[in-house]
Design a protein around this ligand. Structure first.
Ligand SMILES: NC(=O)c1ccc[n+]([C@@H]2O[C@H](COP(=O)([O-])OP(=O)(O)OC[C@H]3O[C@@H](n4cnc5c(N)ncnc54)[C@H](OP(=O)(O)O)[C@@H]3O)[C@@H](O)[C@H]2O)c1
Length: 325
């Protein structure tokens, strides 16, 4: 059986572990396993724990079966559409942990995978990067706890590791310098940062969302891709322009870490991608930027160009979490 996931961003880590489903080796379903983040997760898990049965869940059989065969006999492809609740529940009946990477999480009306995980008593973790989705997921806290289901939302790199960095920083500041007044998240990703096409859709969908930030304890709404700052990311990346985006760690840092002023900014390279993002935020109709299907079509057009430019700028990612003194 798997160990209970770490408590860092958990919504139900204090609850007893879900009753294990009797079998010889644990079964992990990686939803979105045909994609970049899910595929890397499945590969890393299989190296770390070769005894696990790793199921690659997604809609693309050809891609899924190809990865499953690379991972070996312990792995197989399972056809699943996250929009189909019955299909999800059936797949989860026979699984100990589901890792949900089948984004985009923006503009999703429901947490279908989390709900199916709770009803089938399956441990759950996702790499959500959307403010609304993460808070909707947290609303299932009591239900997950009552069922004894460990569930962690928003547990990727940023948000995810960045939240843990913020918690560490706030604790250190409290023990050394007193109460931190302001916390800022800065992110830089050259090109696509090696992520799949969904990350492009995510970026455009975020341009259709007002940015929620906190100023001296007050929630404020700001314009997406505004408020540029030039931030030093240190060796290898150095100074980069970063812009406001609506990201869930801002709200959780304010609510749970208790910091009065919090914001998150993101920037990319080459510099003209930033100009493009600014232009999209300023000139494209907001209804278009909030329409998943239309954004999906836009991404199909732009993705080949982004990949070509990735070849020139590389796929570097950097994070900085800062408390100004
Ligand atoms: N927190 C973080 O640090 C972080 C970092 C990177 C990415 N992310 C998020 O992680 C997610 C995945 O990113 P990625 O780079 O892996 O994208 P990707 O390569 O495009 O992969 C997404 C995968 O999800 C699958 N999928 C989409 N809708 C589905 C559905 N309804 N049912 C089943 N499978 C479905 C896709 O399969 P099909 O072939 O069937 O379309 C695809 O394999 C994104 O939402 C992204 O924003 C978070």
């Amino acid at each position: 059986p798997l160990r209970t996931p770490p408590a860092a961003a958990s919504s139900a880590a204090t609850a007893p572990a879900a009753p294990s489903k009797p079998r010889s080796s644990a079964r992990v379903l990686v939803l979105g396993g045909t994609g970049r983040v899910g595929g890397s997760t499945a590969t890393a898990l299989s190296k770390l724990r070769p005894d696990l049965n790793i199921l690659i869940g997604g809609r693309n059989r050809e891609k899924g079966e190809s990865l499953a065969s690379e991972l070996g006999e312990q792995s197989e492809f399972v056809k699943i559409d996250t929009g189909n609740a019955a299909m999800l529940e059936k797949a989860l009946e026979d699984v100990d942990l589901v890792v949900h990477t089948a984004g985009p999480f923006q503009r999703e009306a429901e947490c279908t995978v989390l709900q199916a995980a709770i009803s089938t008593k399956t441990a759950y973790i996702d790499v959500c990067d959307d403010m609304d989705y993460s808070w909707r997921a947290k609303a299932f806290h009591e239900e997950a706890k009552a069922q004894g289901v460990p569930a962690i939302t928003t547990a990727g790199i940023y948000p995810g590791v960045s939240n843990v960095m913020a918690a560490e920083l706030v604790n250190a500041a409290r023990s050394e310098d007193g109460e931190p007044e302001r916390l800022r998240f800065f992110y830089y990703t050259a090109g696509s940062g090696g992520a799949g096409p969904t990350i492009l859709a995510t970026s455009f969908l975020l341009l259709g969302e007002d940015v929620i930030a906190y100023n001296k304890g007050e929630e404020i709404k700001l314009k997406p891709y505004s408020g540029v700052l030039n931030i030093d990311f240190g060796k290898g990346v150095r100074k980069r322009d970063v812009y406001l985006l609506n990201l869930p760690e801002v709200k959780s840092a304010h609510k749970f870490l208790g910091v009065p002023t919090v914001s998150a900014r993101f920037g990319t390279a080459p510099f003209f991608w930033n100009w493009g993002m600014e232009a999209f935020a300023n000139f494209l109709p907001v209804e278009l930027l909030r329409d998943k299907d239309k954004v999906g079509k836009l991404v199909e057009q732009i993705d080949p160009l982004v990949r070509a430019i990735d070849g020139i700028v590389g796929e570097r990612v950097s994070m900085r979490v800062s408390i100004p003194l």
